[in-house]
Each structure stands twice: as structure tokens, then as C-alpha cells.
Design a binder for this molecule. Structure first.
Ligand code: F6R
Length: 606
């Protein structure tokens, strides 16, 4: 969480920084600040959004080197003083930081004992004071930063400027991303390429433990022991247009609407009609190794975990390999038994989620074989895993995940087909799945065309303080994701249960104030699901059914009918009306759809 951006070059830094920060606001949006260097440091910071900051930055805020930051609070409440950048006491050094300094308390106590007065409650401020002290004792800013970081325990992406050494920015990375952008006689650095893609698509990703010095005419990178490191610039695929709302009212609606294209991109070039297989070259595994796994264990957080549950079912059904999904945030803390015959799959849209990254690192340390299903190319998780599947879903800006969810589920269908076809999945079943996958984009279009109807239903159901979501087996992760989307962006309380569990307790909640969204696919469990609907209705509960047919007015008050695909692939389609339902409920309740309260998109803290 937190977005940082830095600029050095011939232009006025402030407008470039503010624009970059706006693009990074998905990372945190409780406060924002900017500093430029021009015969001393000029700084402005506010509690609130980047737009609030822009209002207080004066026209004469000139300087051709500077830093910007948009915050998601960890140490200290959101406030003007706790907003970054943080300055040293002599106002010579400015620092912006993404991450957590774990030994900040200890470092702060030592500095205070030496007479340093702190302005904020943040962990970051210790860095400003320590670097200022080191800057007095060392010839270069890079040396001062490098030596300071030796005493720091924790995660960071930082950017530093020194009023006495104008014309340079020093950045460092450990656990929180830093990308350098190479322009024409100008350099950028940020937490994400989104902040700089308008100016350059030539980028360099720093590794953990690396630092870089940026000047207008270039950069050099080095390791924590001061040895120079060699970096090859990459060209990013996305341009500024991919980060715009594209005429939609919200990024979320844009991203929901993009799904016919995004899932087409996820499968593009990967389906083989001749042998009815999926080609997944990025897994870096030959057929013998692909056959060798006896289990599949999937880890991810939040919605990524729910798509992992869809994935586990796909793999069990198509490849008949025992599979399960677990929150990465739990997995990493329970000293898991790492099994050489298990294929571990880590899922992450951002590729940055700290709990997922830490779980991958723990698995690798114990010799586990880990592949990733990741959207952000070159991200920390993508670089940590042994191989994987990129989603190619494009930047997901809205905090709630939608297109990455469906692309991940689709990537699991490809993986299941791949694992299945080197085992016992017949060519006929392989063909059935390949053909089903090809039908998905058109079927998603059909669901999107029901937007107006779903908006009306959302208005009706969002009036209730609480909603229940139920589904059986394939429908259960869909129900969980539906409840997650609703609570996340509309703040309507939502619970998800396996439909079969309702009678074991939660049925007590059902009544006129607690409507149920029931996921009822046309599969072998249809009759059981219809019985559950009857039980809910008998207790005065309203039912909004999402499924493949009208069950009659006795069983459901409202129905959203989605097109039928193969039963294994239906969960992908059944998710989409729930995304729209949550979106329109949030709009009806006047919520900040793309930036829901208390959240941030990349959860880079533990
Ligand atoms: C829900 C949501 C979160 C993320 C989770 C993992 O809409 O966005 O639950 O799915 O924080 O994020 P990634 O996939 O980036 O690891």
C-alpha cells in the first residue's frame, strides 16, 4: 500500500508528480503529499485525496526534482503531519516510503535520546533523520542511504532527495516495489509504471536489496554492499489509455465491461484445437514433470483465494488431482508441511500481496515447486515463482477485483485442461472444454447486456442491511466472491455459506430483512438447490436466484438467467451478475465505488 513517485529532469516536477500520484491512488488514499527541491525543499501535505492536495499546491511551486506520496495509514492516523514526505529536522532530507519499518520504535528511541524531535507518529520519519545524519558523514547521498538502510529492519520502497544535492533522487527497494522509468533527459521512479507510462514505457524493476541513483541524464543501480548491478530496461505493454476510465463512470464498470476481451487475452494463443490441450509454456515444465504431481495446493488472499477455490474444483474435476485452496495469509503462519509431490499455485493480481509473497518465499525455502497466476508482469510474486501463467488482463485500477478474478478462474481452466490432458482427460472432454472456453466471451456479452435489469434489482436489494449468499460446490466460491464484492464496495453486510450448511445454523438469520442471493447452476445439484430455495421462502426470506432457468415464482422473487456453458466453466459466468449487482448497489447507496473506505488495492503489509 502507499504509492510513491519521484521525478528528476528539466521540467517542473509538481504537475508530473501529482498526475502520477493520482494514478497510484488505488494503493492508498487517506493522505497525500509532495515535495520539490529549489534552493531548499518546498513541501505540501494534506489529509485526503490527491485532488485535495492539488488545491493547496501553489502555482509557484517550482522545482525540477521532487517526490510525491499517497498514503494508506499503518503507523499513525491519517493526518496532515503523518502524510509523507517526511523531512529531517534541518529540512535538508525528504523521504517518501511504502512499507513498514519494523524496528522504527527502537530507532526512534535512540534518535530521541540524541535530542531529535519528531514531527509525526510515522515509522518513516526515522529514515529522514537517520539519512540526514549519514548525509553529514558521507560524500554522496547514495552512500548515506545505503548505510542508513543497514540499520533498518522491515519492508520499504523509498525515494529520497537532499536539498544540498539538487538534481538527484536516490531510491531503494526491499519488499515494496520500485520501478524506474527512463525518459528523454529525465528519469522517473514509482511504485508502479502507471505513474509514468504517459512519459515513458522504458522501465527497470529494482530487486529487493537494490538501490538506484537517478539524475536527468541517466541512472545507476547498486546492491546493498555497494557493488554496481546491471539492469536491462523492459518495454511495458500498456499506455496511458489503459489507465483511463474510457468514458465509463467508474473504473469498476469499465473493468467489468472489459471481461469479454480480457478473458480472450488470457486464453489467446494457449488453446490447441488439434489435441484439445492448453499450451502453457510459462510453466517451464515438461510432460513428465507435469504428470508427476499428486496434489495441487493453491494459495492467495481475498478474491484471489476465492478464484483459487474455483481453480481447485476445476483441477479435481478435469485432472482428477486432489486440490484445495487456502488463504495465503493463513498458510504462511502455520508452518505448512511442504511436500515434493505437490504443485503449489500462488495467485495474485498485483503480484505484490505481502502475505502471498511471504508464503511463496516460505515454500521456496522448503524446496516446494511453486507456479504463479499473476496479472502484473515483472511483479515481486511473478519473479519469485518457478514459472506461471500471466493473465494479460491489463491494469486493474478499481480497488475491487473483477476482471482479474475471471481471468484467474479462466487460467485455472487452462491449467486443469493442461494437467488433465497429460493424465486421463479424454480428447472428447478436452474438446468439450476448449469449445466451452471459446464460447465464454460471447456469453459474457449476453450477461453484460442485462446491466439495466441488474441495476434495478440492486436498487431493490440494497435497501436491506444484510444479505446472504449461498451456493453448493461449484456455486460456493461464486457465492463467496459475490458477498465479498457487495460488502467491499457497498458496505452492505453480506455472508456467504454453502447452501447445504444453511440448515446447520445460519437459517436462523433468514427473514424479511435478510434476502438471499442463491447461485443455482443447472448441474447435478439443481434439485438440492431448489429445495434450499423452498426452505428460505418458507421462512419469509426473499430470494434472488442467479442460474440457468426460471424456477417459478414459488421459489424465487427474482431471477437473473445467465447463459449455460460446460458445468465446470459455469462459475466464471455466474460471477459476472454478482459483480454488476455489487456495482449498482454501491452506486445506489452513493459509495465511492473505486476507492472503498479503509481499503487499498495492493496489500503490501502483513
Ligand atoms: C477483492 C480484492 C482483494 C484482493 C486481495 C488479493 O475485490 O480486491 O480481496 O483480491 O487483496 O490481491 P492480489 O490479487 O493483488 O494478490
Amino acid at each position: 500500500m502507499c504509492g510513491i513517485v519521484a521525478y528528476v529532469g528539466p521540467r517542473d516536477a509538481a504537475p508530473i508528480l501529482l498526475e502520477g500520484m493520482q494514478r497510484l491512488e488505488y494503493r492508498g488514499y487517506d493522505s497525500a503529499g509532495v515535495v520539490v527541491s529549489n534552493r531548499g525543499l518546498k513541501i505540501r501535505k494534506v489529509k485526503g485525496r490527491v485532488a485535495d492536495l492539488a488545491k493547496v499546491v501553489p502555482a509557484r511551486f517550482k522545482g525540477t526534482v521532487g517526490l510525491g506520496h499517497t498514503r494508506w495509514a499503518t503507523h499513525g492516523v491519517p493526518s496532515d503531519v503523518n502524510a509523507h514526505p517526511h523531512l529531517s529536522a534541518d529540512e535538508r532530507i525528504a523521504v517518501v516510503h511504502n512499507g513498514i519499518i519494523e524496528n522504527a520504535g527502537e530507532l526512534r528511541a535512540k534518535l530521541e535520546a540524541d535530542g531529535v524531535e519528531f514531527a509525526s507518529e510515522t515509522d518513516t520519519e526515522v529514515l529522514a533523520h537517520l539519512i540526514a545524519k549519514a548525509a553529514d558523514e558521507n560524500d554522496t547521498l547514495e552512500e548515506a542511504v545505503r548505510k542508513t538502510l543497514k540499520s533498518v529492519v522491515g519492508t520499504y520502497g523509498i525515494a529520497v532527495i537532499d536539498a544540498e544535492r539538487p538534481g538527484e533522487v536516490v531510491v531503494a527497494r526491499n519488499g515494496s516495489p520500485i520501478v524506474l522509468g527512463i525518459g528523454e533527459k529525465e528519469m522517473f521512479a514509482a511504485s508502479d509504471v502507471a505513474a509514468m507510462v504517459r512519459y515513458t514505457r522504458q522501465v527497470v524493476h529494482l530487486e529487493d536489496g537494490e538501490l538506484a541513483v537517478l539524475k536527468a541524464d541517466g541512472f545507476h543501480t547498486f546492491a546493498s554492499d555497494a557493488r554496481e548491478t546491471a539492469k536491462e530496461p523492459l518495454t511495458v505493454d500498456w499506455d496511458a489509455g489503459h489507465y483511463d476510465t474510457g468514458g465509463y463512470e467508474h473504473y469498476l464498470l469499465k473493468e467489468i465491461s472489459e471481461q469479454p476481451e480480457t478473458i480472450t487475452r488470457t486464453m489467446s494463443g494457449r488453446l490447441d484445437e488439434r489435441f484439445h490441450v492448453a499450451h502453457l509454456g510459462g510453466l517451464n515444465m515438461d510432460a513428465r514433470e507435469t504428470r508427476s504431481f499428486r496434489r495441487v495446493k493453491i494459495i492467495g488472499c481475498g478474491s484471489a483465494y476465492y478464484s483459487g477455490q474455483i481453480g481447485a474444483q476445476l483441477i479435481e474435476e478435469l485432472a482428477r488431482i486432489p486440490s484445495d485452496a487456502e488463504p495465503a495469509s493463513e498458510f504462511r503462519y502455520r508452518n505448512p508441511v511442504v511436500d515434493p509431490d505437490t504443485l503449489y499455485v500462488a495467485i495474485s493480481q498485483s503480484g505484490e500481496t505481502y502475505d502471498t509473497l511471504a508464503a511463496v518465499q516460505e515454500l521456496k525455502r522448503k524446496g516446494g515447486r511453486v507456479i504463479g497466476i499473476v496479472n502484473a508482469v515483472g511483479s515481486a510474486i511473478a519473479r519469485e515463482v518457478d514459472g506461471g501463467i500471466y493473465l494479460h488482463a491489463g491494469p486493474e485500477v478499481s480497488v475491487a477485483s473483477t476482471k482479474a478474478f475471471t481471468s484467474t478462474s479462466l487460467a485455472f481452466a487452462l491449467l486443469a485442461l493442461h494437467l488433465g490432458r497429460v493424465r486421463d482427460l479424454s480428447p472428447a472432454d478436452g474438446r468439450r472444454i476448449v469449445e466451452g472456453l471459446r464460447r465464454l466471451p460471447g456469453q459474457i456479452e449476453e450477461i453484460l447486456a442485462q446491466g439495466d435489469k441488474i441495476a434495478e434489482l440492486a436498487q431493490k436489494y440494497a435497501k436491506h442491511p444484510s444479505m446472504m449468499f449461498v451456493g453448493r460446490v461449484r456455486g460456493y466460491p461464486v457465492a463467496r466472491e459475490g458477498a465479498q464484492k457487495l460488502k467491499e464496495i457497498s458496505y452492505v453486510h453480506a455472508e456467504a455459506y454453502p447452501a447445504s450448511e444453511l440448515k446447520h445454523g445460519p437459517l436462523a438469520l433468514i427473514g424479511p430483512d435478510m434476502p438471499t442471493v442463491a447461485i443455482v447452476p443447472d448441474d447435478e445439484l439443481l434439485d438440492k438447490n431448489l429445495t434450499t430455495l423452498g426452505e428460505i421462502r418458507a421462512r419469509g426470506g426473499q430470494v434472488l436466484m442467479v442460474g440457468h432457468r426460471e424456477p417459478g415464482a414459488k421459489l424465487a422473487d427474482d431471477v437473473i438467467v445467465v447463459p449455460k456453458n460446460e458445468i465446470e466453466l459455469d462459475p466464471i459466468l455466474l460471477t459476472i451478475p454478482l459483480q454488476l449487482l455489487a456495482y449498482y448497489a454501491a452506486v445506489a447507496l452513493g459509495r465511492d465505488v473505486d476507492k472503498p473506505r479503509n481499503l487499498a488495492k495492493s496489500v503490501t503489509v502483513e
